[in-house]
Design a protein around this ligand. Structure first.
Ligand SMILES: *[C@@H]1O[C@H](CO)[C@@H](O)[C@H](O)[C@H]1NC(C)=O
Ligand SMILES: *[C@@H]1O[C@H](CO)[C@@H](O)[C@H](O)[C@H]1NC(C)=O
Ligand SMILES: *[C@@H]1O[C@H](CO)[C@@H](O)[C@H](O)[C@H]1NC(C)=O
Ligand SMILES: *[C@@H]1O[C@H](CO)[C@@H](O)[C@H](O)[C@H]1NC(C)=O
Ligand SMILES: *[C@@H]1O[C@H](CO)[C@@H](O)[C@H](O)[C@H]1NC(C)=O
Length: 477
């Protein structure tokens, strides 16, 4: 019997109860050995969260044994059971759910072997019951606590207590989607065992502390959806283990620090919706593990040509939309064979489009709309048919597609056929018209007895318009 209790776990309870009845017959069911103080501390801590009407000793006389509490796990230390994890909030149907007026009782901090503490959807009424995280007593958890989570608690307000900086065993600190605010404590940078630091979706202000750069075991850093301002610290280059860096939707400004290129294992860099400027840092191309690079909606500026994109062979998502880019689209982008999403829309890109882009083997969304691209779109009708609206080239006033495609239904959405431009832009588009299939036209001209180069501009346009009419009529009649 004892050996079964030792491996007891939420899932084994029924099994153990049955076994107890079967093997012990009339005998009393044995309870797991647990210090009275530990047991009382557990009941009281939980009562603080779920309400006074909850009577733990009544409902769960053996919380680490045959009457386990949903969300509570225990471990054995020197022959006694201690609470090792406490998860408050409606995760499962029979989970502990919180009272409107949640209370952090001092008893919580008496659970001396607690490794995991989490609150999900527990403090939920910011209007009537805003509750700050208690500031005192966290040092009692310093020797054991490995994971601390407050997720989706809009009623949790105030600042991150500086005492969190003493929880040196922490490997995961998640404070996301709460009502927290104020500046990020510098001493979070002391938590050198952290692998995950998620402070997303709060009202944090001020700068990202330089000290965060010392967290060299960190795998995930997510500070998105706050009001953080100031520059990206160059110390972030010290986060050499990092896999995911999400600082999107803040008010960060300044340039992308060169040191960011040190993050050789980074797979996700998301800095969208900030105020970053100063061009694309050259060292971005050193991040050979990067799969998703999202810099959209920043006034970054500069030129796509400045990077050797072929070095970033793992890129799957490249979103540089609305980043004030100028210049041409470099050919090296068409060497990113894994690319599925390419967003270059709403920039100031110019020049002709490379037909090679359509040959990217995995591409499923390609947005080039809202630029100043020119000339003839030379992708195939099959490509437009496959992509539909996921190919965006509209709002490039000087871009057109070849007339031949008009007879098929596969034309790029929002782009004019080259011939129509003549009608819309008249004489101003003369030179463009000259580019448009000059070869074909000169044959046409010659066969009519004109030399295309000998005619003056106005007549040239007039004649071509006439011929277009003839062509269009031929198609439709
Ligand atoms: C819980 O129930 C027990 C037994 O019914 C009772 O002695 C105890 O006072 C109750 N505790 C609380 C906090 O209501
Ligand atoms: C980067 O990833 C490789 C391969 O997964 C791993 O061996 C290496 O230790 C990582 N580097 C750091 C600094 O974590
Ligand atoms: C483009 O980015 C700027 C910030 O650089 C932002 O203010 C603006 O709203 C963005 N435009 C769109 C259409 O998202
Ligand atoms: C593009 O450049 C023009 C002229 O230099 C400028 O007026 C316009 O604001 C720029 N547009 C964007 C989206 O940066
Ligand atoms: C678009 O490009 C043409 C030259 O190709 C240039 O004359 C024009 O000023 C550009 N428009 C904008 C808004 O930058």
């Amino acid at each position: 019997m004892k050996s079964f209790i030792t491996m007891s776990h939420t899932g084994f309870v029924l099994f153990i109860i049955c076994l107890g009845v079967w093997s012990n017959g009339q005998e009393d069911i044995e309870t797991a050995p647990m210090e009275k103080t530990e047991q009382e501390a557990l009941y009281s801590a939980i009562q603080g969260f779920v309400g006074k009407e909850w009577n733990g000793s009544d409902l769960y006389p053996d919380p680490c044994g045959w009457t386990p509490i949903q969300g509570v796990s225990c471990d054995l230390y020197d022959g006694f059971w201690y609470v090792s994890a406490l998860n408050i909030g409606p995760v499962h149907d029979n989970s502990l759910s919180c009272a409107p007026n949640v209370e952090f009782r001092p008893h919580l901090f008496e659970l001396k072997h607690l490794k995991v503490l989490s609150f999900f959807n527990c403090l939920i009424s910011p209007g009537r019951h805003p509750i700050p995280i208690p500031t005192a007593k966290w040092e009692k958890f310093a020797g054991n606590l490995e994971s601390l989570e407050f997720r989706s608690n809009p009623g949790l307000t105030g600042q991150i207590p500086t005492s969190f900086g003493g929880l040196i065993k922490l490997q995961s600190l998640v404070l996301s989607e709460n009502g927290l605010m104020g500046e990020l404590p510098t001493n979070i940078g002391n938590l050198i065992n952290l692998r995950r630091l998620v402070l997303a979706g709060n009202g944090f202000t001020g700068q990202i502390p330089n000290s965060f750069g010392g967290l060299n075991e960190l795998l995930i850093l997510d500070l998105s959806r706050n009001y953080l301002s100031g520059p990206l610290p160059s110390t972030l280059g010290g986060l050499i283990s990092l896999l995911k860096l999400d600082l999107s939707n803040n008010l960060l400004d300044g340039t992308l620090p060169r040191e960011i290129g040190n993050l050789k294992n980074l797979t996700l860099l998301d800095l969208r919706h900030n105020k970053l400027s100063g061009g694309l840092t050259q060292s971005l191309q050193e991040m050979g593990s990067l799969e998703e690079l999202v810099l959209s909606n920043n006034p970054i500026g500069g030129d796509l040509m400045s990077l050797e994109w072929q070095n970033m062979q793992k890129l799957v998502v490249l979103d540089l939309s609305n980043t004030s880019l100028t210049g041409k689209i470099p050919e090296s982008i068409s060497e990113l064979k894994r690319l599925r999403f390419l967003g270059l829309n709403n920039n100031n890109l110019s020049g002709d489009l490379l037909p090679k882009l359509a040959a990217l083997p995995c591409i499923s969304a390609l947005y080039l709309n809202g630029n100043n691209l020119t000339g003839e779109l030379k992708f195939s009708g099959w490509f437009y048919g496959k992509m539909g609206r996921r190919f965006g080239a509209w709002n490039n006033p000087n871009l057109c597609y070849p007339m031949e495609l008009m007879s098929t239904s596969n034309v790029p959405y929002g782009v004019k056929p080259c011939q129509q431009e003549v009608t819309f832009y008249g004489l101003d588009s003369r030179t463009k018209l000259g580019n448009w299939n000059l070869n074909q036209n000169s044959h046409f001209m010659a066969s009519l007895g004109f030399s295309s180069y000998g005619i003056d501009g106005f007549w040239w346009v007039f004649l071509v318009e006439m011929m277009m009419m003839v062509l269009v009529l031929n198609i439709f009649l």
